[in-house]
Write a protein that binds this ligand. Structure first.
Ligand code: FA5
Length: 346
């Protein structure tokens, strides 16, 4: 009986493989499982004639065969389900199916994550502040005189009257951090900022990163070394930092900093306009007036400018991404065109 079951199994496998459509598969089902003349059914009927001592083993062989036939038929039907159905009018069944492409992180998110990683490596805490700020945090506490041109409606999006606005830079996070912590401080913050500004390299919404270090005997040399290390890690090469005197009301001395050109290493090329350097952002030593304003708001001398000093710097995340990937139009980051975005696999 066991041999007969095996032979029927072999025959069934061959018949099923040769059955090319639903009708042929129905025939195979009838041939093996049909109630009257099915080959497996016949075996079951013959079981009665098997001597009692061999009946259990024979019964189990037939049951295995029946389970195999049923599950192989069910699999085949599931695999070919629908292929025999007529195609509805107007449907072109020869068109390729949907292609599922895995998503990638936005290039700005990738730079943001890299920058966060570098600051964490350097032992900085990550800080944050609100995108809707008061004039006091965005300007006043940062030592902007009341008539400073940056408060002009040309640059600032005001939300309500003249007091609530969309922050124009991440520097207000310096004030939140000074108010919420105690020295020594090493803080970096990345976030969205807003300006009435729009051209090939300027967007009304963009991202900045802010660094703030406060402690005893922090010097301009610490600032330069930090910028050199940070920019070197961002662009994955050794860079030279050049500081140029500049004015930001909340730092003194204040500077704009450039790095040696990442395309020509300083010999002069088109992206660096032959100068050998590329502009990166603003920096400087925390202005004593900032410490004094924070002390006044806190009602205590938490930051004594005689015994403490600090440096701060800021730069644009989009600018880093544009330099890293050779992109000359900032709007590409915000148009959500997959042909552009899919070029930056994470
Ligand atoms: C500032 O915003 C200062 N808060 C930076 C700073 C921090 C100075 C700490 C001193 C100490 P600035 O306006 O230059 O500085 O902007 C910094 C960077 O943001 C620029 O170098 C540029 O890369 C980027 N940026 C400015 N405006 C835009 C814009 N509209 N679109 C894209 N990036 C911009």
């Amino acid at each position: 009986m066991k041999e007969r079951a095996l032979a029927i199994r072999r025959q069934f496998d061959g018949d099923l493989a040769a059955a090319s459509g639903p009708a042929a598969r129905s025939e195979v089902r009838l041939r093996y499982l049909g109630r009257r003349a099915g080959l497996v059914t016949a075996l079951l009927k013959d079981l009665r004639a098997v001597p009692a001592a061999e009946r259990a083993a024979a019964g189990s062989a037939i049951n295995d065969l029946k389970a195999h036939v049923e599950s192989a038929l069910a699999d085949a039907e599931a695999r070919f389900a629908g292929t025999g159905a007529p195609t509805p009018a107007g449907v072109d069944a020869t068109l390729p199916g949907l292609v599922w492409r895995p998503g990638t992180l936005h290039p700005i998110t990738q730079v943001r994550e890299l920058v966060e990683e570098i600051f964490l490596e350097m032992g900085y805490a990550l800080g944050a502040g609100p995108e809707v700020e008061t004039d006091a945090y965005n300007f006043g506490a940062l030592n902007f005189p009341p008539d400073h041109p940056a408060r002009d409606t040309q640059d600032t999006f005001f939300v309500e009257g003249n007091d609530l606005l969309l922050r124009t830079h991440t520097s207000p996070v310096q004030i939140h951090t000074l108010e919420d912590s105690h020295p020594p401080i090493k803080m970096a913050a990345i976030g969205r900022v807003f300006r009435r500004d729009s051209d090939l390299t300027h967007s009304p919404v963009f991202h900045q990163v802010e660094g703030l270090v406060v402690g005893p005997a922090i010097t301009f040399a610490h600032l330069k070394g930090t910028l050199e290390h940070f920019c070197g890690r961002v662009f994955e090469r050794a860079v030279v930092v050049r500081l140029r005197p500049s004015y930001f009301p909340f730092v003194e001395p204040g500077a704009e900093y450039d790095i040696s050109c990442i395309f020509c290493s300083g010999s002069g090329c088109r992206p660096c306009k032959g100068s050998g350097f590329i502009e990166m952002g603003g920096a400087g030593m925390v202005h004593p007036a900032v410490f004094e304003q924070v002390n006044r708001r806190l009602g205590e001398t938490r930051y004594d400018p005689e015994n403490l000093s600090g440096f701060a710097f800021g730069l644009g995340i989009e600018r880093i991404a544009m330099l890293k990937h050779g992109i000359d139009d900032i709007r590409l980051f915000y148009e959500n065109d997959l042909r552009f975005l899919s070029q930056f696999p994470a």
